[in-house]
Write a protein that binds this ligand. Structure first.
Ligand SMILES: *[C@@H]1O[C@H](CO)[C@@H](O)[C@H](O)[C@H]1NC(C)=O
Ligand SMILES: *[C@@H]1O[C@H](CO)[C@@H](O)[C@H](O)[C@H]1NC(C)=O
Ligand SMILES: *[C@@H]1O[C@H](CO)[C@@H](O)[C@H](O)[C@H]1NC(C)=O
Ligand SMILES: *[C@@H]1O[C@H](CO)[C@@H](O)[C@H](O)[C@H]1NC(C)=O
Length: 242
């Protein structure tokens, strides 16, 4: 991983130390990424609303969708991702909600990204498909691990390597897994990339995210990060079934 990519991740991630409970779709964070504005009801506005409706309908099938509407200079590009194991109804609801919510949080803005526990939604007035995006949000569990931090980290890093390996080898660019910790406890995790980026960039995104969690959530029982291109989480309970 190049240090500049890591620096930009450090810079741009907004890190929340208090773990946020997942109310509803679990709003986490948003970024209004463009300084350019459109006028209410101009063709960009219409295209954006049309895109948001289409993405929420298209995403549940594969948990991921890309689409574009309109012609330059009013063309809009959009991406939606549902996190692994999110049921289809929740995926539809989360993306649909995100598409509305972002219009209120970033009024008349030509580019924005919004993250929830269950999904992410991003749009721009230019083609960003396939571009690595390390902007994001992270959080840590407030609970400390009770075993030795060194051995916990060793187990966690082994789980991450295994999940990264499976993600890069999988068709859907995600993996879910668990590993035994010392004693009777278990660690659960997943890693996931958006399907528009290359496998190499997926690897870069996962590495940056692992490194970021390692530094910020050292000794904590859980941690998660979601960027514009990948998402990872680990916990000492089976969070994917909740
Ligand atoms: C999806 O896009 C098509 C073609 O642009 C449009 O006719 C349709 O109304 C859109 N659907 C939704 C739910 O926005
Ligand atoms: C975790 O450990 C830190 C530092 O040792 C301490 O300040 C904090 O209160 C602990 N958190 C919990 C939830 O026990
Ligand atoms: C836990 O397991 C690791 C190896 O996985 C070992 O090195 C360590 O000594 C074990 N015990 C404790 C209390 O951490
Ligand atoms: C995953 O691990 C296997 C076995 O260790 C290895 O052969 C393979 O190259 C790895 N795949 C990736 C994408 O790193």
């Amino acid at each position: 991983m190049s240090s500049s990519k890591f620096t930009s991740l450090l810079y741009l991630l907004s890190f929340v130390l208090l773990f946020k409970a997942a109310f509803g779709y679990g709003y986490l964070h948003h970024i209004c990424s463009s300084t350019e504005k459109f006028t209410t009801n101009d063709p960009f506005d219409t295209n954006l609303r049309d895109l948001a409706g289409n993405l929420s309908n298209a995403t549940p099938a594969n948990g991921f969708a890309l689409d574009s509407r309109g012609q330059s200079p009013y063309q809009v590009y959009g991406l939606a991702l549902c996190l692994v194991n999110v049921p289809k109804e929740d995926c539809w609801g989360c993306v649909s909600n995100a598409g509305q919510d972002i219009l209120n949080r970033c009024p008349n803005t030509k580019g924005a990204t919004i993250w929830y526990v269950k999904c992410l939604f991003k749009y721009r007035n230019e083609n960003f498909f396939g571009q690595l995006d390390l902007n994001g949000v992270g959080s840590c569990s407030p609970n400390n691990v009770s075993e030795s931090i060194i051995s916990f980290n060793e187990n966690r890093n082994n789980l991450w390597s295994q999940l990264a390996n499976e993600t890069l080898g999988s068709q859907n660019l995600y993996a879910v897994g668990s590993s035994e910790l010392n004693g009777s406890s278990k660690l659960y995790g997943f890693t996931q990339c958006t399907k528009d980026i290359s496998r190499a960039d997926c690897g870069v995104c996962l590495d940056s995210s692992f490194r970021y969690i390692s530094e910020n959530c050292n000794g904590k029982q859980g941690g998660s990060i979601s960027t514009g291109s990948c998402s990872i989480r680990y916990e000492m309970y089976e969070f994917l079934n909740n």
